[in-house]
Design a binder for this molecule. Structure first.
Ligand code: F6P
Length: 346
């Protein structure tokens, strides 16, 4: 196995708290092993445009607690054009990169996997607040986001019970309801609506009425942006625009539900959209440790020449899994038992 001398690193897709902790761990572990690190800026765009910085120990000092990503991120798809792929190959060679670590969700890691046939040796680190990457129990950012959702539900409770209102909290989660379900359960929400299960407005109404029957004149509804009532053919989107991976921007289901409920319940209903607040700020202790473990393990995989893999958390052990499997099996659906369990809590 030829000795690795230089590792490239990039972060792509939606940011989340904990990416910097992973970058820090990569640089520290690489330095420990006598390996140099180059950081490409703004996801795949950095490798296409040759926009990079050398990452030294000094660069990663004091960033474990800082959210977002020091390298910047973007939703650039290197497969958008053949020219871009050629540029990626050229810059990878130019910098004499022996291994590339890509930090991101299914789009970023999907591109890393595809690039294998172009000679790019990549290792992935799972990072998405959506926690919908398959083959890993946790992705960096999920725990931080869900804590923000939990606190938001706590905050909404006090104003909901004081005003006897129905409070709807719209959270992120395009195809998977991990944030909605875990955030809702931990905050004690009364109704949790997720993309995995289309819902009937009448079920929500019934639940709110049942609460009133036992003297509870307020309710908290947590709804994922990707959740859909049975009467709609499509998820509610902000506009028709798509990103380079073909994703539309979701948003608005909270207000849709509020309008429907207000008509049938004749109760005051208010909507809060958590949006980017749930992706911002400092990482939790869990995410800092997870990112640190993932960063160190990713460098180990590079050293071993174990490419086209993603570091994953399984039964609290960090293990390598095939990127191909991750891409094939994502989005990771919520456990059916947990989905069922939420129905008891109201
Ligand atoms: O990265 C995943 C995610 O958090 C989704 O839940 C959400 O739909 C999307 O990002 C929105 O991100 P942006 O507006 O930055 O593209």
């Amino acid at each position: 196995m030829p000795k690795i001398k230089r590792i490239g690193v990039l972060s792509g897709g939606g940011d989340s708290p904990g990416i910097n902790a992973a970058i820090r761990a990569i640089v520290k572990k690489a330095n420990w092993e006598g390996i140099e690190v180059i950081g490409f800026k703004n996801g795949w765009s950095g490798l296409i445009e040759n926009d990079y910085i050398k990452l030294t120990l000094r660069d990663v000092s004091g960033i474990i607690q800082v959210g977002g990503t020091k390298l910047g991120t973007s939703r650039t798809n290197p497969y958008k054009s053949d020219k871009d792929i050629e540029k990626v190959k050229k810059n990878y060679k130019k910098h004499k990169i022996d291994a590339l670590i890509a930090i991101g969700g299914d789009d970023t890691l999907g591109a890393a996997h595809k690039l294998k046939k172009h000679g790019i040796k990549a290792v992935g680190i799972p990072q998405t607040i959506d926690n919908d990457l398959a083959e890993t129990e946790y992705s960096i950012g999920f725990d931080s986001a869900l804590n923000i959702v939990m606190h938001a539900v706590d905050q909404l409770h006090t104003t909901a019970y004081s005003h006897h209102r129905v409070m709807i909290l719209e959270v992120m989660g395009r195809d998977a309801g991990w944030i909605g379900l875990f955030g809702g359960l931990s905050g004690g929400a009364d109704v949790i609506l997720v993309p995995e299960e289309n819902f009937e407005i009448s079920e929500v109404e019934e639940r709110i009425k049942k609460r009133a029957e036992v003297g509870k004149y307020f309710s908290i509804v947590v709804i994922s942006e990707g959740a859909k009532p049975v009467e709609l053919d499509q998820q509610i989107t902000k506009d028709a625009e798509t990103d380079e991976f073909g994703h539309v921007r979701l948003g608005g289901i909270g207000h849709y539900l509020a309008n429907q409920l207000q008509e049938i319940l004749h109760l005051p209903v208010r909507v809060t959209t958590l949006a980017y607040l749930q992706r911002g700020g400092q990482p939790t202790a869990f995410d800092r440790i997870l990112a640190t473990r993932f960063g160190v393990s990713a460098v180990e995989l590079c050293k071993e020449g174990n490419f086209d893999r993603m570091v994953a958390l399984k039964a609290n052990k960090v293990v390598p899994v095939e990127l191909e499997k991750v891409i094939k099996n994502s989005p990771k659906p919520i456990d059916k038992k947990l989905l069922e369990m939420r129905k008891m809590f109201y």
